[in-house]
Design a protein around this ligand. Structure first.
Ligand code: ADP
Ligand code: MG
Length: 728
């Protein structure tokens, strides 16, 4: 009897919902465990408070003496929230968050003890991070980097630890984390966008990128998950036959949320409120046991921190409700996968959304400027954007006949398509007063404040304009949003810089009026970037053909897609904007491409182990039962047995064939792995893993899944899809 599987099922069926106390209003809980403005006012001197605010708003440096005051205030506040430890909280290139906790507690020379947290400890730390990925930047003998406080993201207390968001940099100066380049891209974008926004309003002095992410995930009962070594070790099921009922009935999407899940969500949201994460939306997703969570958008750096934090919080809260959260992009074959939509926009310091049309023609010309520049930026850099969403796990989604395709295109809706078509016809050179009036009244002025057809938007587009923001839908559910956001900020920053140069040149050299110059440059951009715009069905084969004709890239696998990250164009982009230098760009590429190989290697080993240690022995056990049965029939009925044992004999043979195929597949896969491991070239190795190791997965899985259908359910050791997906 498959003890673990049946015990797990029994355990999961006996679960009782874990009660959640929601007696305190959310608005009262919000930000309670965050060292926000309110807490700072209470715990800091006005000098310290002003210096932090100046650092947040203008990027100024915080004086060392003041840092001592700030750390003391922060410590007192944290202790009042029950904190005993502090940590520099950062996002190394592993994809998760890192922390090393130190107690506030210290002893004094006379044997007493005190709680201490100095300015030095707040501002800078040296984690022994020699085993975090660095892409060869730091030699291990000097494996030292430091973390440095990022005052733009507020400190918070999570559990009993004061967490201080930090960047992580090598002693030689190169960034070793996601946050550093993100912050630099935000500041590059601020500079470029502020220069452009001044065409429309001289008073504007700052532009921020905003991000609202939507996080999809699956929940599986902890006991059931624990009975699946593949889920536990690789985050996805490497085998398992599709259940008789899948998502065909679409009865899960937006359906009522199961009670146990709802309790998990309620507690999660409560924790989020305390941590100042403004979660707002929760609902079921397309697949059974799949859900989504989304906050109100925030400034991009904070939003990225909040997404990283929430993934950690989700894991911990889920444990209390006996769930395991699956963040993997494709935990179950033939079942809808998970993504992380990144809604992105630009806002001025006065809170005005630059990607939102308005009431006046001037406001709409500003909107069109940022709108068209973003499309042009995506057109120019579609390969780089595609590269930022590439990972071994996201390969299962992209282009696999499921949202979204591996081709980057932009959807804008029919209303805006019409507007851009009109703008394409603008006269070359100076505009007549008549034309200008006409444009302002009938084209630009006609853009409605709310773009109706964008409410019914094209779900198959990887980069869609959704009324007042762009939505990058191709990001993987396990990904850190920082990388795609860094690239999006960077390409738009570069594009806006170029735009400014071109407009200024027309004004200066061609003596054009500013508006005329803007119309002229936009016209050229609209024409140039037309091929990246696509309004049709992104899933079909027709689009692949059409995209190829248009010259758009279509990289189906990570090793192919990643190359764009180290193209000359990408390196020039990052260095020009001072976001990363060449060493940093290449180091990141090395980390990612090696990460790809490691992922496939681990999955290959796991699949081999599970097939050999679980599947084959079980199949043999069942085959022996059949053999005994056939022998018995022969004993009793003599020669007549054959007609009575036809089916059994056929199954015995089929089992043998499948076992043989599985063994051959594993042997060949091991050989292919050896070959891949032999090469020192990281790119070549990734391609070998992709093209020569990975194809065996399907093959081995096919025969294992066939055995799952043949073998007696009573002895099958691996929890089945129907149990993983439909047990509440
Ligand atoms: P959906 O139908 O995809 O859920 P919503 O309009 O509800 O669309 O928004 C989805 C996400 O977009 C939310 O996380 C929201 O915070 C975010 N969002 C809305 N406006 C902006 C903006 N200006 N900048 C960035 N994100 C935004
Ligand atoms: Mg969305």
């Amino acid at each position: 009897m498959a003890i673990l599987r049946f015990n797990a099922i029994k355990e999961s069926l006996n679960r009782k919902p874990v009660p959640v106390d929601e007696s305190i209003r959310r608005s009262e809980l919000f930000g309670k465990n965050v060292f926000n403005k309110e807490a700072m006012r209470q715990y800091l001197t006005s000098d310290s408070f002003d210096s932090i605010m100046d650092a947040i708003e203008n990027g100024s440096k915080i004086d060392r003496d003041l840092a001592d005051h700030i750390s003391t205030g922060m410590k007192e506040w944290a202790i009042s929230k029950g904190a005993t430890h502090y940590t520099h909280w950062f996002q190394p290139l592993t994809g998760s968050t890192a922390e090393k906790h130190d107690a506030f507690f210290e002893t004094t020379s006379d044997g007493r003890s005190i709680e201490k947290f100095g300015g030095g400890q707040l501002v800078q730390q040296e984690p022994d991070a020699s085993s975090l990925p660095n892409g060869g930047i730091r030699n291990t003998f000097e494996a030292r980097g430091y973390t440095a406080w990022d005052p733009t993201s507020p400190a918070f207390v999570w559990g009993t630890t004061l967490c201080i968001p930090t960047i992580f940099v090598a002693y030689t100066g190169e960034a070793l984390d996601y946050k550093t380049p993100l912050l630099k891209s935000i500041s590059a974008l601020d500079k470029a966008a502020t220069d452009v926004v001044k065409y429309f309003d001289k008073k504007e002095s700052k532009v921020i990128a905003t991000l609202g992410w939507e996080q999809e995930y699956f929940l599986v009962d902890t006991a059931l998950a624990a009975s699946r070594p593949d889920l536990m070790m690789s985050g996805r099921t490497l085998l398992g036959h599709a259940p008789a009922k899948g998502q065909q009935l679409d009865d899960h999407y937006f359906g009522s949320i199961p009670k146990r899940v709802l309790d998990f969500m309620r507690e999660l949201e409560k924790e989020c409120m305390l941590l100042g994460i403004p979660v707002k939306t929760r609902h079921n997703e397309v697949a059974p046991n799949q859900f989504e969570l989304a906050p109100i958008f925030e400034e991009a750096n904070l939003a990225v921190d909040h997404n990283s934090l929430i993934m950690d919080v989700m894991d911990k809260v889920a444990e209390r409700h006996y769930f395991k959260v699956l963040f993997h992009e494709k935990p179950f074959k033939d079942v809808n996968g998970s993504g992380k939509h990144n809604n992105w926009s630009l806002a001025t310091s006065s809170g005005s959304n630059l990607l939102s049309p308005g009431k006046t023609p001037m406001r709409n010309l500003r909107f069109l400027t940022f709108f068209v520049n973003t499309i042009k930026a995506v057109y120019e850099n579609e390969e780089l954007l595609r590269a930022t969403i590439a990972s071994a796990s996201n390969d299962h989604r992209l282009g696999a006949n499921e949202a979204p395709p591996a081709i980057i295109s932009v959807f804008i809706g029919s209303q805006l398509t019409k507007v851009l078509d009109e703008l394409e016809k603008v006269t070359d050179g100076k505009l007549s007063p008549q034309e200008k009036t006409d444009l302002k009244l009938n084209v630009v002025g006609k853009i409605p404040e709310i773009l109706l057809d964008n409410t019914d938007r094209n779900r198959t587009s990887p980069f869609a304009f959704t009324g007042n923001k762009f939505e990058l839908r191709a990001v993987g559910s396990t990904a850190n949003c920082a990388d795609p956001m860094t690239v999006l900020n960077a390409i738009v920053a570069k594009q806006l810089k170029e735009f400014k140069v071109e407009v200024d040149a027309l004004v200066k050299d061609k003596k054009m009026k500013k508006d005329d110059a803007i119309f002229n440059v936009l016209r050229e951009y609209i024409k140039a970037s037309k091929s990246v715009r696509f309004e049709g069905d992104g899933y079909g084969e027709a689009w692949e053909k059409e995209a190829k004709r248009r010259g758009l890239s279509n990289y189906r696998t990570t090793p192919e897609a990643l190359q764009a990250k180290i193209s000359k164009k990408a390196i020039d982009l990052f260095t020009e904007l001072n976001i990363m230098n060449e060493v940093e760009v290449k180091a990141r590429f090395d980390i990612e491409i090696e990460d790809y190989s490691k992922h496939i290697q681990i999955e290959g080993r796991l699949l081999g182990d599970i097939a050999r240690n679980h599947v084959i022995p079980t199949a043999i056990k069942y085959q022996n039962v059949l053999i005994k049965n056939v022998k018995g029939l022969k004993d009793i009925y003599g020669d007549q047995f054959k007609s009575m044992a036809t089916e059994q004999l056929a199954i015995i043979e089929r089992i043998s064939t499948h076992i043989e195929k599985i063994n051959a597949g594993i042997n060949n896969m091991i050989e292919a792995r050896k070959k891949a491991n032999h090469t020192d070239d990281v790119t070549k190795r990734a391609h070998l893993y992709c093209d020569e190791v990975k194809p065996y997965f399907e093959d081995i899985r096919y025969h294992c899944d066939k055995l799952e259908l043949l073998v007696d359910d009573e002895i099958w050791p691996l929890t089945k899809y129907r149990e993983l997906l439909f047990t509440k």
